[in-house]
Design a binder for this molecule. Sequence first.
Ligand code: GLA
Length: 728
Amino acid sequence: MAVQYEKLSGLFTLETENSMYQMKVDAYGFLLHLYYGKKTAGSMEYLLTYYDRGFSGNPYDADRDRTYSMDALPQEYPIWGNGDYRSPCLEVRMADGSFGSDLRYQGYEIEDGKYGIAGLPAVYGDSSIAQTLKIFMADEKSGLEIVLYYGVIPEYDVITRTVKVENRGRETVQLEKVYSACLDFLSGEYDWISFYGRHAMERTVQRTPVVHGLQVIGSRRGTSSHQYNPFLILAAHEATEDYGDCYGLSLIYSGSFKGEVEKDQYNQTRISIGIQDEQFCYELKPGEVFYAPEAAMAFSGQGLGNLSRHYHKLYRHHLCRGKYKSVPRPVLINNWEATYFDFTGDKIYEIARQAKELGVEMLVLDDGWFGKRDTDYSGLGDWKTNERKLGGTLKDLVNRINGLGMKFGLWVEPEMVSEDSELYREHPDWAFAIPGRKPVRGRSQLVLDFSRPEVVDGIYKQISMVLDSANIEYMKWDMNRSISDVYSAVMAADRQGEVLYRYVLGLYDFLERLHVNYPDLLVEGCSGGGGRFDAGMLYYCPQIWCSDNTDAIDRISIQYGTSFGYPVSAVGSHVSVAPNHQNGRVTPIDTRAAVAMAGSFGYELDLCRLTEEEKQQVKRQIEEYHKYWDVIHNGDYYRLTNPMEQDVAAWQFVREDKRESLIQVVMQNTHGNPVVPYVKAAGLDPEKRYREEDTGVVYTGAALMYGGIPVPQRAGEYLAYRMYLVQV
Ligand code: GLA
């Protein structure tokens, strides 16, 4: 049993294969967090200490006991108003205007299998892999009921959480902050790791000590954003890739969010994550319910690599859905960097024909195929084929491409509208704008109000007509600006604080309809590259375009950061032209392929312009990708170096049965009279012998892992090396 409850002591214990999580209902009905970490046995209640602490107040029930204070005790779900002055998870403005609430334990339920959340993405799993615990808490005065959900997935050392708020009272309340999960630690010195960035340079790893005060990351942009990713790690100071305790908090949500870490006056640490509380206010009328998005917590007692592998497996097997969850995805050619807006149907066909010869399996037609769209100043919202530009219908073009034996995929940006479009002229109120103010434009476009079902319906109708019109097997769902001027023309003034959350629900509703009505459609997420690379999107899109930056060397860092919380199978990654369009860097085409292969592989350049030799290289790369696909997508992923700090970037895939492994190495810098770097393999069976494919040399797993591998030093910039190992 993953979930246990002891009635006498009020103890809830959640167990995974290598972790234990414990909380307790105390004598007053408060829910105290006791422990999360390596497995122990018995009650951890002895960890709680009680002292009379100045300026840490006491609940009324404690009477003269001044040693009992919510300001010092670890909370399971901290609220504002009960004497805990640290950053809370729940803040409610009551009907009388006050902010105080008081949650007390009411009861629990244990169910087999993993709970789901209506309208929101969530990890799924049946009773063979998961159990659910629900804890009911109530605020007697207001009639608010809070249900804390826990999904325990022992195999991956994962516990998911979400929170349901139900107004069972008689008066309307305002939810000002509802976080999804929080962890209180009584002791320990920690680092926190977050992932920051910008457009074309996403998910840079930042590791800093947790210091006194509140440290915050988040997004106010309406999307999870390029700037901060909704994923946090709390790691013991001494934790490394393969040593030490670390905890992950991953929010399965694609909108504005906030992550906090706070070291308090008693050196205790609180880490929490949830929906961004700024510009958020949710009015909950009697009988209404609010669901916070899900957060997935994982624990590793063996360092960061292990923590990442938990998330990789969890998301691959129990979050991603659809036909392409586990089957190989077609190697694609995307025309964006080859043509931008400047193409004809014949040009696209020519790119496809050339690509087919080299082994590419799908042509993706990017931006510019619809409406009046020859620049990014117009056309969004009009999802009708520009037949003049294509020289025929979309179906004609798709049939020609299919005739080559290739699949066809299409780019769309359904959440957006250009002011110069038929849609905007017809429905100006569908776009976000604050009455009487000029809206902020982003890429010269406005954002459609997806909190309104009729807007979602209207765009869905257009997009489904396109999908029904031809054999379209892939869709790239883009979103190319941050949201601003949030105001919904049909929402009451006092409910405008709900719009951004409802927008995300509208987005999920659209994506869910695609999932149900087009079950074989492969949807790739995208937001100016990796601006919405989050676990929420993975529920609908098994892959996400990782970054608009296609330079292999920049991509190494971007993909390194991404790998902490997301599986390689989710990373859309393409070989593009050199010099690179984003930074002008020239790298060998095999290096570009090595980096792109650590993802869902494709090409994004005009293959017709390659030399004969390069074309042969492309042909070989595609054959190699097919050969290595299984170990890359289904294998365990190991970060062998830190490319932010070392010249040598190296990573490795190992099949779960350890019979096969692929090591990729890229030199990010060259020097005269070089110091030879040694890369230590990981994850192999130390006792077994492995033959390296190219040289035929046989090594023991132990030798490769403990002695390492000297990286060959050849003159040349940005060279890549590969070792493919098979057990003998
Ligand atoms: C975004 C995407 C690109 C491309 C363009 C098209 O920037 O990330 O890959 O699709 O839009 O406008």
